[in-house]
Write a protein that binds this ligand. Structure first.
Ligand code: AMP
Ligand code: MG
Length: 700
């Protein structure tokens, strides 16, 4: 069984909770095909009911099948309904409550009703937990005060649901009894409002377009905790995760979960399938680790061309980050984990593109005179009536076109009195009007997985009714320097020591690329210490950029350690600047061992690490964006290697740094980008076009 839309609702039995979103209030979240909207907060039941009803109407009208879940019991232990209503029909209980529950946002009569129900049963109970100051006849404050009421404590479902509360308890932490009493009237009204279009599980066959099911978010409690974004309200996250999980569940699994024996007590969706649910809630979010041989370079040519090295990384690397759903305001710069389709059309309804007067077009050549109808249509305050032929209505930019209107004449082009407007035709039908969906149609794909979300994307997503998107978690990049000679900037250093220039530089580069930087400090040239640092780092990082110690010398401990993992590769790349690039996996975490020289470290980071990190973060491999500009320098270069020159643009010409020495870090600071010189031999004279790549061009 499949559903187009899943709506999950976390109900509440309490009173109005105010405007600011809070926990233990009502939360709802919709999802389609694994893409969810932002969780919606409702301060009280009345607001929630209006919204849910409107939501279901929209889905029904669009021909979409809906699974709507509510987190309270749909029935009571066997025999309760018979005593209360005279029948075993569970819906008789729903209607009984719907007819008697009084619910104003600030107060309700649930405790009194529970007392009245108890009076119908022998002994004391079954309801308990009077939460009010005043005593209520027949409603004990304590559960232990109950005797001989004849009801079982739990429904069959609760005997299987570890930790679920019985429906009889009306107050106290975790109690659900009040939610049931305050929820069933809403469901009863939905049932009556939607008639044959709605069915309630497991009481009825789920053939109509809307299926109402009982849910219990605690079934995925572990997944909720593990995927909870910082600062999110748990209730909000759990409806979202559940909606997402159920909406991408294979049809066969859904059918399997819905297949339960007949019962009048109700049942919890997913009960007995907790492992499957938990896995579905977690598993697609964590990609498998990279293969141990992902950096293995076929032996052959001694120096590997840059293009070949890049192609290898592009082919062998994959995304390493789990998915997470975030609200739009946190989505800029993140990589989409799945395709996104418009939730609603944009514009949602035909509307006016200018301030003016709306009428049924076209207007023929000559003077048009139209009678004005009383009232107007403004943005957010549409006109509810119909505009008859021969009439016009005052309309403002962004206002919906009323029935009878398809064309708008600009206010500057009319002479208007209180009762009439006139203007010179012709005017085409549809002039100055925007058609519904002319920008985006509901259901139309608008962004693809792998897209890095831009500010403009946020505008488009919001307009298309998307409140939240499933993205990749931000890549965590460790930055490590190695070498006994290194000292921390700002501390004392002897003549034999140098300051660690790479770590601040690479850390800032990674931050600019949009990833989380994890400072791994400096490692001495000592194998045991480096091993400990790497062990600790791989627990905190998705990938590590280290510099120094990457060659095959006596003190190149990074190479030596990675050698022992079976995943090590030392790439000799035909490139200047650049010494070997050491690559390997430590505890499944990829390490880019960059050269120690700051210039080579930075250039290798731009040329190899930037596109690789993008792939690991969930994006696509991108070639840098360069520009052909005339050179202001001359240079002749040998065949057989790629060269990158520190460069900047002055007066439209590319200037290079006078020294090519790879220790000259001042040249990096001077430069705003690199000139890329292709592998064959080349002579550049002033005025010749060269490829200039701004530093930003390496990651955008
Ligand atoms: P290595 O690759 O460890 O042999 O280092 C090559 C050169 O880069 C040596 O001159 C190192 O002192 C220098 N170097 C290594 N790491 C850094 C660093 N973090 N900051 C500045 N220079 C470095
Ligand atoms: Mg070293």
């Amino acid at each position: 069984m499949t559903f187009d839309t899943v709506l999950m609702v976390d109900w509440s039995g309490g009173n109005d909770r105010g405007v600011t979103p809070k926990k233990d209030a009502i939360w709802a979240c919709a999802a389609r095909a694994g893409a969810t909207d932002a969780p919606a907060y409702f301060r009280n039941r009345k607001e929630a009911e209006v919204w849910i009803t409107a939501f279901l109407r929209t889905e029904c009208a669009a021909g979409r099948r809906v699974l709507a879940g509510f987190d309270f019991a749909f029935g009571y232990p066997a025999g309760f309904g018979k005593t209360l209503t005279g029948t075993d029909d569970p819906f008789a209980i729903w209607d009984w409550f719907a007819n008697r529950v009084e619910d104003s946002p600030k107060a309700n009569n649930r405790f009194d009703l529970a007392g009245q129900i108890n009076a119908l049963f022998p002994g004391t109970g079954p309801f308990w937990g009077n939460g009010l100051k005043r005593d209520i006849p027949h409603l004990p404050r304590k559960g232990l005060a109950r005797t001989d009421h004849g009801m079982t404590e739990k429904r069959q479902a609760e005997t299987h649901a570890k930790g679920a509360f019985p429906v009889w308890q009306l107050s106290g932490a975790g109690a659900v009894g009040s939610q049931v009493i305050m929820g069933l009237p809403m469901l009863a009204r939905l049932r009556h409002a939607f008639g044959p279009d709605i069915a309630v599980w497991p009481f009825e066959p789920l053939t109509p377009p809307i299926a109402i099911v009982e849910i219990w978010p605690s079934l995925i409690a572990r997944a909720v905790t593990e995927t909870m974004p910082d600062g999110q309200i748990k209730d909000a996250h759990q409806v979202q995760l559940l909606a997402q999980t159920l909406s991408r569940m294979p049809a066969s699994d859904m059918t399997h979960m819905l297949d339960v024996p007949p019962t009048n007590e109700g049942w919890i969706l997913g009960l007995g399938h907790e492992d499957m649910l938990a896995q579905a809630a977690l598993s697609p979010t964590a990609p498998p680790p990279l293969r141990n041989d992902c950096f293995a370079m076929p032996q052959g040519a001694y120096w590997t061309p840059v293009d070949e090295a890049q192609k290898h990384l592009r082919d062998k690397l994959a995304c390493v980050t789990a998915t997470q759903t975030v609200a739009l305001q946190h989505a800029a710069g993140r990589f989409l984990a799945q395709d996104v389709s418009a939730f609603r059309s944009h514009p949602p309804a035909p509307n006016a593109a200018v301030d003016g007067y709306g009428f049924a077009g076209p207007a023929p050549t000559g003077i048009a005179r139209l009678k004005l109808v009383a009232g107007r249509s403004a943005a957010g305050a549409p006109y509810g009536g119909t505009v008859p032929p021969g009439h016009a209505i005052r309309i403002l930019t962004g206002a919906n076109l009323p029935t009878g209107v398809d064309t708008v004449v600009l206010q500057e082009d009319v002479s208007a009195s209180d009762t009439e407007v006139s203007f010179h035709g012709p005017l085409k039908r549809g002039a100055n009007a925007r058609a519904a969906g002319e920008d985006m149609q509901a259901g139309q794909p608008i962004l693809q997985a792998g897209r890095r979300i831009t500010p403009a994307d946020l505008g488009m997503l919001a307009a298309a009714g998307i409140g939240a998107v499933t993205v990749r978690k931000t890549l965590k990049v460790g930055v490590l320097s190695t070498g006994d000679e290194l000292r921390e900037p700002g501390t004392a250093a002897t003549q034999g020591q140098i300051y660690d220039a790479n770590r601040p530089m690479l850390g800032a580069l990674v931050a600019r690329w949009g990833y989380d930087v994890i400072d791994l400090g400096r490692a001495p040239d000592n194998r045991a210490t480096l091993r400990n640092i790497l062990d600790d780092a791989t627990r905190k990082c998705d990938v590590i950029l280290s510099s120094g110690g990457a060659s095959a010398g006596d003190e190149d401990h990074m190479s030596a350690l990675l050698e022992g993992t079976g995943s090590f590769a030392l790439w000799r790349i035909a490139m200047k600047p650049g010494r070997p690039l050491a690559l390997g996996l430590w505890n499944d975490t990829p390490i880019f061992g960059l050269p120690g020289n700051p210039v080579a470290a930075m250039v290798c980071a731009l040329v190899f690490a930037a596109p690789s990190l993008r792939v690991m973060a969930g994006g696509a491999w991108t070639q840098p964006t360069g520009y052909q500009l005339p050179a202001a320098f001359s240079k002749s270069k040998k065949a057989g290697r790629r060269e990158y020159l520190r460069a900047r643009v002055e007066d439209g010409h590319v200037t290079i740094f006078p020294s090519e020495g790879s220790g000259r870090v001042s040249g990096l600071s001077w430069a705003t980008g690199l000139v890329e010189m292709a592998d064959p031999a080349q002579k550049v004279a002033p005025g010749d076009l060269v490829t200039f790549i701004p530093f930003n061009g390496f990651y955008e």
